[in-house]
Design a binder for this molecule. Structure first.
Ligand SMILES: Nc1ncnc2c1ncn2[C@@H]1O[C@H](COP(=O)(O)OP(=O)(O)OP(=O)(O)O)[C@@H](O)[C@H]1O
Ligand SMILES: [Mg+2]
Length: 583
């Protein structure tokens, strides 16, 4: 119930529309209530010999029979058309409001995804997130249009008709209402099972989405190791799981609806039996029986809808649950108020930093070192030592488990995440590109950059040379996953992006590892220029690159093993001396 309110809170902003929908619903119900009466009056008073009831008699009592008939038939038409029009208007309002709510939910999920911490992202399946953001969000619309409006409409009709029927004939009304508790029992009995099955089915479908997404991403790997049959087998298993769950769900649904139909049939039979006997006994007029029968068909429709609502709502609840589960989880990185000031002391300090991705395997142990403001420090160390991990702390893609990272003496967590990231240029080990033009890719961190600035950045990164040779130059679209550029070319685009960002803190993760010696030398000249006056941490191994920094820190097994200038480390004969000897 609480979850239902949370799901419906997405429609609160549209309350005028909701009210309009409710008003139209009330009018539709009223029209439905009046609909059978002209027919009853025709049968009882125009064809039969009963006097017209007071208010009607006042208006048309003195008219000749055929005119009365014409007026009553006209009234019937007006009531039927009016009720259809009102119903259509109500549907339109409810559908639009439902769609607006759906858009709002999707926006909320998208915002949640935008703020998602790297840690949380790594702990989830992309396909599952995509499924929740696109398919599961439909459940909110369903819940609103069918869960709420169909339910309220049905409830209003049932209540209003019950009142009118009660005034006509108490016994018959009781017989009709006897089906309601039976129906509720049936809903109760099947609801839980259908909900569980629907949840299972949705999880299974999200699993399929994940598998397809992984196939698309790793197709080359799969094909190069000819693993297609294994993948097909894996997919088949998932498809089977989905099949079983969906089949279970629909079986429960079919069984449920059959039971409901049986209950209705029994109810109708009972009413016909009792009603017809009353007409025979003369305690009920034929017109009234007609009204009664018309109400019955009209009553069974909303009741039937009510019974569908049960399965629709349980179905939709599985979806809203999966979305609310996401939104309820605070997966964003929390920051403080402090902002990074250019030109201030932007030195970095790692103070006994400890970190583990998984508790059983710590990656960093009490790592302490400083990078003075404007100083450039290189991190070296064997693969898996934790170099990339260390860099991720500075823009707060990760937070240390113990110890503190400080910027200008203040804890990084006191800074606004936005300000921090705005002032950090990060070049990752694996170049990241968007499916957009080269110019847009370089200018990504600075949307107002001019073409001249973009070109200057590309020149500094030694990327201009190859970009110029591309058929569309800077307007070349880098394919999805940047398939059309070589690793070195991509790396230079990423560097150009960092050049253009012009941030006071520079983080570079092996920025030149995929470049040939000549390109590297050119890029290093520009890098040296860029690094001037900026606090720089650079993961690097090549000697040429290491010559551009002031100090070198060697990590080993997640600890600082050596630290000092190149000469000092060479003299001490440690890891650096060993590696540089090979060059
Ligand atoms: N997202 C992750 N989840 C779990 N473990 C991780 C994750 N990322 C890295 N690790 C582990 O943490 C350790 C340090 O990884 P890191 O990427 O920091 O190494 P590195 O020093 O940058 O290595 P390389 O020189 O190969 O880039 C490795 O043992 C790695 O397996
Ligand atoms: Mg690394």
């Amino acid at each position: 119930m609480q979850q239902l309110w949370r799901a419906l809170s997405f429609f609160r902003a549209d309350w005028p529309r909701v009210l309009a929908g409710l008003a139209l619903l009330a009018l539709t119900t009223l029209a439905g209530l009046l609909k059978p009466w002209p027919m009853a009056l025709i049968v009882d008073s125009v064809l039969g010999h009963q006097p017209l009831p007071g208010p009607v008699a006042q208006r048309i009592g003195d008219l000749p029979g055929p005119t009365q008939l014409a007026v009553l038939v006209g009234a019937m038409l007006v009531l039927h058309f009016g009720s259809a029009l009102l119903g259509a208007a109500q549907n339109a309002v409810v559908i639009v409001t439902g769609l607006r709510g759906l858009a709002r939910v999707r926006r909320a999920v998208f915002d949640w995804l935008l703020r998602l911490s790297l840690r949380r992202l790594q702990g989830s399946q992309a396909g599952d997130l995509i499924y929740r953001a696109t398919w599961d969000t439909y459940a909110f619309q369903t819940l609103f249009t069918q869960g709420v409006f169909t339910f309220l409409g049905a409830l209003a009709s049932v209540l209003a008709m019950t009142v009118v029927m009660w005034r006509l004939n108490g016994l018959l009304t009781l017989v009709a209402l006897a089906t309601v508790p039976v129906l509720l029992l049936v809903m109760q009995a099947f609801g839980g099972r259908m909900g569980r099955r629907a949840g299972e089915a949705q999880s299974a479908d999200a699993g399929i989405a994940t598998t397809v997404q992984q196939l698309v991403t790793n197709l080359q790997l799969i094909q190069s190791f000819t693993r297609e049959p294994k993948e097909a087998e894996h997919f088949e298993r998932q498809a089977q799981t989905s099949f079983t769950a969906r089949w279970g769900q629909h079986r429960a649904e079919v069984l449920y609806l059959t039971t409901v139909s049986a209950v209705f049939a029994l109810g109708t039979a009972a009413i016909l039996w009792v009603g017809a006997r009353q007409v025979l006994a003369g305690t009920l007029s034929v017109g009234e029986l007609l009204v009664f029968l018309a109400y019955l068909t009209q009553l069974y429709e909303p009741l039937n809808q009510l019974s569908h609502v049960g399965s629709t709502v349980t179905n939709a609840r599985a979806g809203t649950h999966r979305v609310l589960e996401l939104l309820g989880e605070n997966a964003a990185v929390k920051g403080g108020q402090r902002t990074v000031v250019r030109g201030a002391d932007n030195g970095l300090e790692f103070d006994r930093v400890g970190f583990a991705y998984t508790p059983e395997r710590p990656v960093l142990h009490e790592v302490s070192f400083r990078v003075g403001p404007g100083e450039a420090v290189a991190l070296i160390g064997p693969s898996g030592a934790g170099k990339t991990t260390l860099l991720q702390f500075i823009p707060r893609f990760l937070d240390p488990d113990s110890g503190t990272v400080r910027l200008g003496g203040a804890d990084l967590r006191d800074f606004s995440v936005h300000s921090l990231r705005e002032n950090v240029a990060l070049v990752l080990q694996e170049p990241l590109l968007l499916p957009a033009s080269i110019a847009e890719n370089i200018g990504y961190g600075k949307p107002d950059a001019t073409r001249a600035q973009i070109e200057a950045a590309a020149r500094s990164a030694n990327a201009h040379i190859y970009i110029e040779k591309l058929p569309q130059g800077y307007d070349t679209i880098v394919g999805d996953g940047a398939a059309r550029l070589s690793v070195g070319e991509k790396q230079r685009l990423n560097l150009a992006r960092a050049f253009l960002k012009d941030a006071p803190i520079l983080l570079l993760d092996e920025p030149t590892s995929a470049l040939d010696a000549e390109s590297e030398a050119l890029v290093l000249t520009s890098l040296r220029e860029l690094m001037r006056g900026r606090t720089t941490v650079m993961v690097a191994h090549r000697l040429g690159t290491l010559r551009t920094v002031n100090r070198i820190i060697a990590l080993h097994d997640g600890r600082v093993a050596e630290s000092g200038t190149a000469e000092e480390l060479l003299a001490s004969g440690g890891y650096y001396a060993k590696v540089s000897g090979r060059h």
